[in-house]
Design a protein around this ligand. Structure first.
Ligand code: ADP
Ligand code: MG
Length: 331
């Protein structure tokens, strides 16, 4: 079992940022409204995610650590995936590549804690906690020094963590996110913070994008809101004048998950084809939502690529919605 976990870990856990992604997605799956992420030394020595979600009952803690025991799909429809996590692989994998402790308290239950050390699970013990869950991963890859060598500098790994948090924060405007670097002495330096946005989803999203991407983006972008054939596209796309020399400011989400997908990036480019030269890239934050059966997000364990039942439909919606918005704005 622990060898299998180590192999699976290679798929799920590439670097501290992928750990953070899995843990924060779990927190969001648990209905958290406040998520705090702390790390030390670029996440290499410490990653801790604290949430105020539903928590895990003491009796369920060992289950959370056993492979596939908790998978949120029941096997009846592999494509019908509504939550971030669906493979039941992240926590067992993390237990195999570092020193993992989960402290949690579900409503109406006592607080409890479980630790896995390099694949060895210790018995559940009582722990004090008001509610929610704290997951701590220390010494990532301590048992596999070869993997440690592939990590980049603390600074680069910290940058990747911040990038993951910002993408998730864009997708969840009603959730408060705090990111703190707790390396060395002291209480830790706050790297990023964004309070829960207010109002309806659209204005909350606009506010959140302004806070994450900057007010310039919020003020120079067009609202997008279009439906077609069961696909729903929302978000903001920048005016052609607010383009960039690289594609770094393109944020795409499918059913709430951050993705990097060639098809979607190509559609974005296609929409601006008449307005931008080849070396300019539109900034955009776009959210494509559809029935889970219309899209397969299980292409890669890191879940950043997607496969649409009908790729032409997704592309068509993006291109037409953006062109329409640009035309309305006088382009
Ligand atoms: P998956 O997310 O694919 O189900 P994980 O290994 O990431 O698998 O998590 C295993 C299970 O542990 C989850 O299904 C969930 O029941 C529980 N869990 C993990 N993190 C949290 C959390 N922050 N709050 C509540 N439950 C959690
Ligand atoms: Mg998960």
């Amino acid at each position: 079992e622990s060898a299998i976990n180590r192999i699976a870990a290679g798929e799920v856990v590439e670097r501290p940022a992928s750990v953070v992604k899995e843990l924060v997605e779990n927190a969001l799956d648990a209905g958290a409204r406040r998520v705090t992420v702390e790390y030390a030394d670029g996440g290499k020595t410490l990653i801790r995610v604290t949430d105020d979600g539903c928590g895990i009952a003491p009796g369920d803690l060992p289950l959370a650590l056993s492979r596939h025991a908790t998978s949120k799909i029941d096997g009846s429809d592999l494509l019908n995936i509504n939550t971030f996590g669906f493979r039941g692989e992240a926590l067992p994998s993390l237990g195999a590549v570092g020193r993992l402790t989960i402290t949690s308290r579900a409503k109406g239950a006592e607080g409890a804690e479980i630790t896995v050390n390099g694949g060895r699970t210790e018995p559940v013990r009582p722990a004090a906690l008001n509610g929610g869950t704290v997951v701590t991963l220390r010494d990532l890859f301590f048992a596999t020094p070869a993997r440690l060598k592939f990590l980049r500098t603390d600074r680069a790994e910290a940058q990747a963590i911040a990038d993951v948090i910002k993408r998730l924060a864009m997708a969840e405007p009603f959730v408060r996110f705090v990111l703190r670097d707790v390396s060395g002495e002291g209480d830790g330096r706050e790297v990023f913070r964004t309070e829960a946005e207010q109002g309806d989803l659209f204005s909350a999203l606009h506010g959140r994008l302004g806070r994450v991407l900057g007010r310039d983006f919020a003020e120079n972008s067009l609202p997008i809101d279009a439906n077609r054939d069961g696909l729903h596209l929302t978000g903001f796309a920048a005016l052609p004048t607010y383009s960039r020399g690289s594609a770094v400011a393109q944020y795409l989400f499918v059913n709430g998950r951050p993705v990097r997908d060639k098809l979607l990036v190509g559609a974005l480019r296609g929409a601006y084809f008449d307005f931008l030269s080849r070396d300019r890239h539109p900034a955009a934050a776009l959210f494509l939502d559809c029935e889970p059966t219309l899209v397969d997000v299980n292409v890669h364990p890191a879940k950043s690529e997607v496969r649409f039942r009908d790729p032409g439909m997704a592309r068509g919606l993006i291109v037409s919605a953006l062109r329409h918005a640009l035309a309305e704005a006088g382009h």
